[in-house]
Design a protein around this ligand. Structure first.
Ligand code: ADP
Length: 618
């Protein structure tokens, strides 16, 4: 019962999603599909009318005079059939694209409506997102567009069956159950069988993937060298065969079983048709009116079977149900995490806000140990604050907490005295601009890459130019083939790919553009790691000039650059171990002084001047 209710609910949901195609398209294409479904019974009636005229006339002349109307009707039905076939396919493809697009947009909105990213990182949620995104990887999977159209077309086919049944009933009522019951039984049987096969196919994807992996190792260049040198070509082929067999043996067995039972399906069609057709033919001899009706019965009888017989709809509808369920489960899984504060940022006169970490601890979901522990830190408005520490000290984690992408497991972060949890995340993020270490390289024009720093128009070309100057991007843009319009993607015609350092300049320009558009807290996580020392120094010189109007929080491994900061905090053991200016920390003689001395020595010896995890003394 529960399964039945769930199936009905899914089908209604599919029908409702037809609205996503837009009302005019839905009505237009819907009407065509309905007319198409009515064509088989209409053909039966037209043929009957024509035969009726023919049998009622003894001369060819008499037939020609009387048959004009039925002939025109018959011709119109055939013509309509051909014309509608031509029209309907592009319309249905457009409907499918719109329904799928709307569905995928809903999935994306559902994921993006979660202000923090921890719930989205959960592996179960990741699986649900993949499935709900409806990107078929095998022939058993379908999209909501496929399912919705199939469900609608199935309904129109039942309408067609109903009208054909009415035509049959006009000849003899007993024919209707004799044809309808076996054909519905046959459909139910074949539907169960083919869906079993499709489920078996879907269950075998793991073996399929493994077979594909070994095939790639054996045949692609990537694996070719090692496969030859280590001589595991035979092993690769053997493993591939093993997985192919594991995948296809059960499918082959089931296919044989299904083929062996197809005679039942054949009998369910053949016997009732034979009975009805023989009775019809025997009953019409010498009777003109009956001959016309018999023609209708023969045509309508066949259309009942052909309309009920097709199995494509079953694959389309059943193939999309896992997608619908994943979408529903995804919404349920993320719903509790959608709650967020709604307070506006309290203004206390200071334009860059005062941000404070009060006893903040944080452990990643499922992480082995807390990354931050009881951390206290006050970020003073307008300062250039550098955060340093060894790899894994928690510097990036601190910036993610600051951006509200994760919530502290203990303690709280306040902005102008208000708990970050109570603030409207969108409002808070308008004050914030970040260059993440793993920033995104958008395959867009340079202009769009920078404008993305602040969502939506109006764009500000003057702010764009300033951001480009400050990040050192202007010189680079002048050398690009289409300057600002150059696409940063090799796959685009005239597009280019940039080096790591050049991409960092683009990301930096994007973040700086956001500050010109109103963000007052700029967070830079290793923004210049790929730049050479001199360029990095120049960029930081310009950034230091920005402090005052903006607060700048900078994470860098290059201590020669960091020394320009107003204040440097050293993260160690999950908390702030040292805090002060370069000179203060040097005279303190602690971890910072050790790191700096080591870098200076390495630099003097011609090495890079970044903190090296392995050699820093503890
Ligand atoms: P830093 O920026 O100082 O190098 P991070 O903040 O990137 O350090 O990482 C601190 C610790 O948290 C590291 O041990 C890292 O492996 C772990 N970590 C970082 N991101 C995640 C994540 N998304 N899930 C689980 N652990 C993470």
């Amino acid at each position: 019962m529960k399964t039945f209710r769930s199936a009905v609910a899914d089908r209604l949901l599919l029908l409702r999603s037809l609205r996503d195609a837009g009302m005019p398209l839905m009505l237009g294409a819907g009407l065509i599909v309905i007319i198409q479904a009515l064509l088989p019974p209409a053909t039966a009636v037209a043929m009957a009318a024509l035969v009726g005229r023919f049998t009622g006339q003894s001369t060819l002349h008499g037939f020609a005079a009387g048959a004009a109307l039925p002939l025109a009707f018959f011709g119109a039905v055939l013509l309509a059939g051909h014309m509608l076939d031509t029209f309907v396919m592009p319309l249905l493809l457009l409907m499918k694209a719109r329904i799928d697009g709307a569905h995928r947009a809903r999935v994306a909105q559902c994921v993006l409506a979660t202000p923090a990213i921890a719930p989205v990182e959960d592996s179960r949620v990741q699986d649900l997102i993949r499935l709900a995104a409806a990107d078929p990887a095998t022939w058993t999977e379908r999209t909501p567009g496929d399912g919705a159209l199939a469900q609608f077309i199935l309904l129109t086919r039942y309408l067609s069956v109903l009208v054909s049944a009415a035509v049959l009933a006009a000849y003899a009522l007993w024919i209707v159950p004799v044809l309808l019951v076996p054909s519905l039984l046959g459909r139910g049987m074949r539907r169960r069988q083919w869906l079993r096969l499709s489920r078996l196919w879907a269950d075998g994807v793991t073996d399929g993937r493994r077979a594909e992996y070994w095939r790639e190792l054996a045949t692609t260049l990537a694996g070719a060298k090692e496969a030859r040198v280590f001589g595991f070509t035979d092993v690769a082929v053997g493993r591939m065969e093993h997985h192919v067999e594991a995948r296809f043996t059960p499918i082959w067995r089931l296919t044989l079983t299904l083929l062996r039972t197809q005679w039942i399906s054949f009998l369910l069609v053949a016997v009732p048709l034979a009975v009805v057709y023989s009775a019809t033919v025997l009953g019409v001899v010498g009777d003109g009116r009956s001959l016309a009706l018999a023609t209708a019965v023969l045509a309508a009888g066949w259309s009942v079977f052909s309309m009920i017989g097709g199995m494509q709809d079953a694959f389309d509808i059943e193939g999309v149900r896992p997608v619908l369920h994943a979408h529903r489960d995804l919404r349920a899984a993320l719903a509790p995490h959608r709650e967020h504060g709604s307070r506006a940022l309290p203004a206390d006169g200071a334009s860059p806000p005062v941000v404070e970490f009060h006893g903040v601890s944080f452990r990643y979901p499922g992480g082995p140990r807390p990354v931050l522990q009881d951390l206290d830190l006050r970020i003073v408005p307008g300062e250039l604050l550098a955060i340093v520490g060894l790899n894994g000290a928690g510097k990036t984690t601190l910036t993610k907490l600051l951006a509200g992408l994760y919530e502290p497991t203990a303690g709280r972060i306040t902005v102008n005295g208000a708990d970050l949890r109570e603030l409207d995340p969108a409002a808070w993020r308008r004050h914030l601009s970040v260059v993440f270490q793993d920033f995104v390289k958008y395959e867009l024009s340079v202009t769009d890459n920078v404008y993305l720093g602040r969502s939506g128009p109006p764009h500000d070309p003057a702010a764009l130019a300033r951001a480009a100057d400050e990040s050192g991007l202007t010189d680079l843009v002048e050398r690009l083939p289409a300057a600002w319009d150059t696409y940063l993607a090799r796959s685009r015609e005239g597009g280019v790919d940039l080096s790591g350092g050049q991409w960092q300049q683009v990301a930096l320009a994007r973040a700086l553009y956001a500050t010109h558009a109103g963000a007052s807290l700029l967070v830079l996580d290793e923004p210049t790691a790929h730049l050479d020392v001199r360029t990095e120094f120049e960029v930081f010189g310009r950034l230091a000039g920005r402090a005052g109007d903006n607060t700048v929080v900078l994470i860098s491994h290059r201590l020669s650059t960091v020394r320009q900061a107003d204040r440097i905090v050293v993260l160690d053991g999950g908390r702030v171990a040292e805090s002060g200016s370069h000179d203060e920390l040097m005279s303190l003689g602690g971890l910072y002084a050790d790191m700096f001395a080591l870098q200076a020595e390495r630099f003097a010896n011609g090495y890079d001047d970044r903190i090296d995890n392995e050699v820093v003394p503890r």
